[in-house]
Ligand binder design. Structure first.
Ligand code: NAD
Length: 364
């Protein structure tokens, strides 16, 4: 018997990027450069991961022309300008970014300015490698834009490269990925495929992150977490962002906060904020984490030892006003509109790290 299923109208655009996944796959980067018709690859990294970049360059032989290890969080335009000079002097015909979202961001910023094709070898769960989205920071303001020229052509996911990820970055970066998926479940331009990917990405990370806390070298859990990150990143690339990403981008740009930790702290609060407007869309998230979606995600964050308080990132109460003002001045679409007092309240809850929607009494 065929079960009746209600399907709402939708538009689905798939991501054209090529994805290679598997342990040891970093060895295929030369083939992927060749496949793009390129022969002068510049390898990008943060200063911290320069050794990884040098190792990758060594494996490319004559296809590699140098390393530019300048990537910084939030993709400052001043850093991109410096990197551009180096890339042009190397006469590179493609960029290979090895690292987390910061390095991917530098690769995207360079591609947007030069048209060079990109290969990304991710080492965190940020998910930027599969999105046509670039966030750049100039004078303390982070501006985000989308475009097909920003999407990397090829992504090589090698879980071997994630084995070294410190456990605190593992947790925060995993929650960053989960935030992409949670927000996609109520996107106004979502599709059934993206919802499937989002829920599966959340499930995989819900199972793998606690396993990695128990045994950080658990290879099945590392493989699963990177797979989950791909799913979550792909949905971020396919649908519009909403209040969660708006607040994190504003916090990151205005206060230069660590990206993954900011997402980890904000996630239960932003989901708790929209939940009263879209409870049906968040049913799967609530079922995965128990309770309501916002409180379930909060309890999960507590269980895995995630960062909980903006105050611990050095944020001050006064800065909450600045962030609320900036966020409300140029909001992303949200199923629950952003009013200044409510957003200030969400930020205040996250500042203190209290359970979402449980504040009693007046707000300081
Ligand atoms: P990151 O790339 O800044 O990495 C944090 C630090 O960890 C860096 O020093 C890095 O070198 C190091 N590191 C990375 N992988 C490691 C590993 N396996 N082992 C040891 N150290 C490692 O952090 P992130 O959270 O991955 O990325 C944050 C940036 O990505 C932000 O600028 C954010 O805006 C951007 N981002 C963009 C998108 C998008 O779609 N445009 C999506 C997510 C994140």
């Amino acid at each position: 018997m065929i079960r009746e299923t209600a399907v709402s109208p939708f538009v689905h655009s798939g991501s054209p990027a090529r994805v290679v996944f598997g342990r040891g796959s970093v060895k295929t980067v030369s083939d992927e450069i060749d496949r793009l018709g390129c022969s002068r690859a510049v390898v990008l990294s943060t200063p911290h991961q320069r050794d990884d970049a040098m190792r990758l360059l060594g494996s490319l032989g004559a296809l590699g022309v140098g390393v530019v290890a300048l990537a910084e969080m939030h993709t400052p335009t001043s850093v991109t300008a410096r990197a551009l000079i180096e890339v042009e002097s190397l006469d590179a015909d493609c960029v290979v970014a090895i690292g987390g979202g910061s390095t991917t961001g530098l690769g995207k910023a360079l591609a947007a300015r030069t048209g060079l094709p990109q290969i990304v070898v991710p080492t965190t769960y940020a998910g930027s490698e599969v999105t046509p989205v670039l966030g750049e920071t100039d004078s303390g303001v982070k501006t985000t834009r989308r475009g097909p020229e920003i999407l990397p052509e090829t992504v090589v996911y090698d879980p071997d490269l994630t084995d070294s990820m410190p456990i605190d970055l593992t947790i925060a970066s995993g929650l960053n990925a989960m935030a992409h998926a949670a927000e996609a479940t109520y996107a106004r331009d979502g599709s059934p495929i993206y919802t499937l990917m989002a829920v599966e990405g959340l499930r995989v990370l819900r199972d793998c992150l606690p396993a990695l806390i128990e045994v950080p070298e658990d290879q099945d859990a590392r493989d699963g977490a990177l797979y989950g990150a791909w799913l979550c990143g792909t949905v971020l690339g396919g649908v519009g962002m909403s209040v969660h990403h708006k607040l994190c981008h504003t916090l990151g740009g205005a206060l230069d906060l660590p990206h993954a930790q900011t997402h980890a702290i904000m996630l239960p609060h932003t989901i708790g904020y929209v939940e009263e407007s879209v409870p049906d869309a968040l049913t799967d998230v609530a079922a995965l984490f128990g309770g309501s979606a916002g409180t379930g995600l909060y309890d999960f964050a507590v269980d895995i030892g995630a960062p909980l308080r903006l105050a611990d990132l050095g944020v001050t109460v006064d800065q909450l006003d600045l962030v609320a003002d900036q966020a409300v001045a140029s909001p992303y679409w949200s199923p629950r509109p952003l009013d200044r007092d409510s957003i200030r309240g969400v930020l205040r809850d996250a500042y203190e790290g209290i359970r979402p929607n449980t504040r009693r009494g007046p707000l300081a």
